[in-house]
Each structure stands twice: as structure tokens, then as C-alpha cells.
Design a protein around this ligand. Sequence first.
Ligand code: AHM
Ligand code: MG
Length: 346
Amino acid sequence: MSGIKTLGQFIIEKQADFSYAKGELSRLLRDIGIAAKIVNREVNKAGLVDILGDAGTTNIQGEGQKKLDVFANEQFIAALTSGGECCIVATEEEDDFVPIDSPVSKNAKYIVCVDPLDGSSNIDVNVAVGTIFSIYRRKSTEGLASLSDVLQKGTEQVAAGYIIYGSSTMLVYTTGKGVNGFTLDPSIGEFCLSHPELKIPEDGTIYSINEGNYVHFPEGVKKYLKYAQVEDKSTNRPYTSRYIGSMVADIHRNLIKGGIFIYPTTAASPSGKLRLLYECNPMAFIVEQAGGIASDGRNRILAIEPTTLHQRTSLFIGSPKMVRMAEQLMAEHSPVTALEAKPQEA
Ligand code: AHM
Ligand code: MG
């Protein structure tokens, strides 16, 4: 076993760094790791069993859910319920937050927000999908935890991570002291430390955006795309365009190679498509911890005060030099509109 460090070993080694509730947070991360392995097993079998296709239900955003979304959602709620460290789970797939009111859990110290299976439209075509999670400390000290315990700014996260179910399965997480990545070794069924102290390159040459929405992009984003496509050897332009359509996979690649991922406002999604609590805050925490930047094009994602559970935002995230350039062009060409300034609910 020499040379291999499992996720479990790593969490226990690092728990001395946690400023608060050491054992509980370690157990919570362990529970998430277990649910991830179960979801991974099912994602890998997706082509073999009759699990593909719509489950026939629709989530609060009116989007069709895939069966694996439903399965992943149930697995994460079940793991967090039986673990006893979490008093509320808020998931992208449920209209309302899920209070865990078992005798052990109702006084538990943590809130978990999770997107159980992000990019699920990619499942049918065997393309990488992911899970995204975010952990907050419960703020209220009396009674049952409530919505205000969930609606915390991203700066309040105590941990965040993602799992990418790709050509290999990886779990990447931060507790605010850097970012570490673990690859699942299927032969021993353990996540093993493979990417210690992940750092995003200061600059990159990859831009990731759904360019099909071009006509509806803010002028600042259009200008950035022009900038990305112009030839200039001194800044390695033109850049390379890469868009998978699974934000976990797109951001994971850019984290390792250097790049920018943008999901701006569009006509169909005037406040952006991606959800602040389940997608943007956790990815922003990770990318910042790796030395990158995450903003809504103007302001830091982690500083946004959430007002609703399924709130959306635009997202500009990645290598600091690239995000700063995109923000500069947004500032020059896209003044804030009244519509953008108003948070969209779902
Ligand atoms: P989902 O949570 O319903 O899967 O939607 C989120 C996904 C992201 O993973 C991805 O970046 C984005 O939606 C792709 O959207 P689009 O198809 O509009 O480019
Ligand atoms: Mg999602």
C-alpha cells in the first residue's frame, strides 16, 4: 500500500486543519465519497441496464429529469441522512430543501447543497457528467434549521467539491486550504490521492462557452469571443474552443490546463442558466482555492447574497488573466441592466 493515500486517510490526516467540528466534517466528506461511489457504479452501467431516458418527472426549473438524476439525488440524500452530520440537504432536483429530522440529525451542524448529477443530458451519449457539493455550517442555534441557514453567501462555505464521472472517476475538493484531487481505483474501490495541491495556470488558451447562443450574449462577451479568436502570437491567440456541456468536465479540464468557462446571460436565461447554490458557489470556491477567479462578469460569485434556493447567475470562471480580461470587456461594453440586476428565481 506504500505510496497510496486514500481519501479516507487524507481526510483524517487533514482534519487537524479544520477550525470547527473536526470529526463531523470528516464524516460528512466520507459520506459524500460513499454516495459518489454508488452513483459511479450506476453511471458506469448506464448503457447496460434500462436506466436511460426520462424518468417522466420534471424538476422545479421545468427541465426533464433523467432516471440517473433521480437515482443520484436519492443516493446523496440517503447517505447524508444516515450519516447524521447534516440537518438540511438542498438539492437541485427538489423544489424545496429537505430537512433531515431524525433525532440525531435535527441538531446536526451542517447544511449540504448538492447538484446530484450535473450535465445529465450527456448520459445518453456516454459523455462525462458530475456531482457538485457545497457544505455550510448551520447558523441558527435554536429550533429546526430553516431556509435562512441554507441561503448563505459562498464565502461561508466550509467545504466544496465535485465528482467527475469521466474516462476515470475523480473527486476534487477543498476545505479552504487548497484543492486536492483523488482518482477512483476501481480495483480497490477507493479514491486515491492523484492530484495534490491543484493549481490553475495563471493564463490559458482554452475558452468554453455555448457559442450557439452568441446572438443573445451581452456585448462584453461578444467582444471577448472576438478577442479570443484574433491572431496574436505574443498572447497565444487565437485560443482553442472546447465545450463539453457538462460544467464539471469543462471546468475540471480548464483547472488542469488553464482556461476560461463562461455561461453568460442569454435571452432564454436573462439571469444566467447555472444555479448559484448548487453549481456556481462550489465551483467558485474550488477554483479560487486553486488560484483562479470566479465572477458573474462583474462581481465575485462568492460575495453574492442568495435570496432564493434555485437562484441563477451568469458565471465567468477560470484562469485569473483570462477572467480579468473578460471582466474588463464586460465593464467596457455591457453596463448593468435593470433586468440583470434583479435575481431570477428559477
Ligand atoms: P443541468 O444541471 O440541468 O445538467 O444543467 C447544467 C449544465 C451544465 O453542466 C452545463 O455547463 C450547462 O448546463 C450546459 O448548458 P447548455 O446546453 O445550455 O450549453
Ligand atoms: Mg446542474
